[in-house]
Design a protein around this ligand. Structure first.
Ligand code: SF4
Length: 462
């Protein structure tokens, strides 16, 4: 495919507009109906590039990118689908549809891993909207203009943001509070700007969030990371968009300021990096001195084939990217549809890992982003006659837990950390003891006020 043959203008499709896409007519009636019904609960958005270049329409509905972006009826329980279908197609009662859709969403664990209860930093017990601080060295920042994506993934763990559950939405309108918070936290080295997809913003808006982080008083911020799926869903963002060159200049500016500009590229399948324009995007990003890491979850129906992962990592490495994480699909949304047993996830990771050279073995996984931290499954072993999972924390709420091996009874059906039981007759995992409880992030008002005053004096001086 030539880069010239791809559409230059971004064209999204949603539930309201998908009928305008020429491919809509190619879908059998049941698949179209499922999109209309399930998209009342889960977000649906795709775009012309994904439709024209990433989905193989001869292979629908099994095509991995079709499953990645189009809702399916099996994402809801059978009784839920039947009732919602009746409300949407027969009764057409909008109020009742909204009420019922909300009740289904609430059973889907909309904010896993303590996102709303334990990760939000607080000033005098008032939450700082748009920030998360789970691990000591990294603060997550959710700019309001970056809380959508070029297309939505059906498995997305941030899906509540896209369906109007506003009370559960993270977003920040400006960097003022972020900068004040960072000034009072000199142990923070990394800021992850995330969403949604911050690359949905134009370069000028993005610069307004990034440039304040280059200030001399934030010298302790060494890494500015941006989490993005645009490398797969809209690589034109780095190649042919009107302000693509300005974006690359912004990356260069961060690098020239002595910081690491780290693009955390979200890839789900090898097909996403087979496109010429996607490869060009990687080259242009790393050509600025920025780094590009590849990460994504392992998802049933989408990327269970180890060969796809091996191809993705080796292609990425050839272009200058760094394989980083294979995640376990999170315990949220339509998890029954997407989840794989941890034992199977480990096998797939191991097989893919064995297919690639040492340069791709920077990848870690399969890793669960669970409440206490990122837990990786190192292997399955038999120790003292007991079959166990060998596990460790790659990241943790308590830094002392990191890289401390621990063991869980082998369970062939377990799909998440909370399904596992400690091995060797223990009652609890070491991180479940009372002494291990994570501290809450409360910063005293006086400190926050001082940081704000300092921020004010700095900007006045400038
Ligand atoms: S691109 Fe990321 S944030 Fe957006 S829908 Fe997909 S997984 Fe969710």
């Amino acid at each position: 495919m030539s880069a010239l043959s791809v559409p230059e203008k971004f064209k999204p499709y949603t539930r309201q507009s998908i009928q305008q896409a020429r491919q809509w007519e190619w879908l059998p009636f049941e698949l179209r109906e499922a999109v209309q019904v399930v998209s009342r609960v889960l977000p649906f958005r795709t775009n012309e590039y994904v439709m024209n270049h990433l989905i193989d329409w001869n292979n629908v509905p099994d095509d991995p990118i079709y499953r990645l972006t189009f809702p399916h009826r099996d994402m809801l329980h059978e009784d839920e689908y039947a009732r919602l279908r009746e409300l949407v197609l027969v009764r057409r009662d909008e109020e009742e549809i909204a009420r019922y859709a909300h009740s289904i969403r609430m059973r889907m664990n909309p904010h896993p891993a303590g996102q709303m209860t334990h990760n939000v930093p607080r000033v005098n017990d008032a939450p700082l909207k748009g920030l998360q601080h789970k691990y000591k060295e990294t603060v997550l920042f959710f700019p309001s203009a970056g809380q959508t994506c070029h297309a939505y993934c059906t498995f997305c763990f941030r899906w509540p943001q896209f369906v109007g559950m506003d009370d559960m939405k993270f977003d920040a309108r400006e960097t003022h509070e972020l900068v004040a918070y960072l000034k009072s936290h000199p142990d923070v080295t990394d800021v992850l700007i995330t969403g949604g997809d911050p690359m949905i913003m134009n370069t000028r808006s993005l610069a307004e969030f990034i440039e304040p982080l280059l200030a001399p008083e934030l010298a302790h911020i060494q890494n500015i990371r941006i989490g993005t799926k645009s490398v797969a869903y809209w690589p034109q963002r780095f190649v042919s968009d009107r302000d693509a060159d300005d974006l690359l200049r912004l990356f260069e500016k961060v690098v020239a300021a002595g910081k690491n500009m780290a693009i955390m590229g979200h890839y789900n399948h090898a097909v996403e990096l087979r496109q010429e324009i996607a490869q060009k995007a990687v080259k242009r990003i790393v050509g600025t001195g920025a780094t590009l890491r590849m990460q994504g979850p392992l998802i049933r129906h989408i990327n269970e084939d180890p060969k796809s992962w091996a191809e993705l990592w080796t292609t990425g490495v050839r272009l200058g990217a760094i394989p980083y994480y294979m995640f376990v699909e999170r315990d949220t949304g339509p998890r029954e549809y997407f989840q794989l047993p941890l034992a199977r996830a480990h096998e797939i990771f191991q097989q893919a890992y064995q297919m690639v050279s040492g340069l791709s073995r920077t990848v870690r996984g399969p890793s669960m982003s669970a409440f206490p931290g990122k837990v990786v499954i190192d292997g399955v072993a038999t120790i003292a006659g007991e079959k166990v999972f060998a596990l460790q924390f790659l990241q943790a709420r308590n830094a002392d837990w990191v890289r401390k091996p621990f063991y869980a009874k082998f369970d062939e059906n377990a799909t998440w950390l909370d399904h596992l039981k400690p091995a060797f007759g223990k009652e609890k995992f070491f991180f479940e003891s009372d002494e291990a409880a994570p501290e809450r992030k409360v910063i005293p008002l006086s400190l926050a006020a001082a940081a704000r005053a300092h921020a004010g004096s700095q900007s006045n001086a400038a």
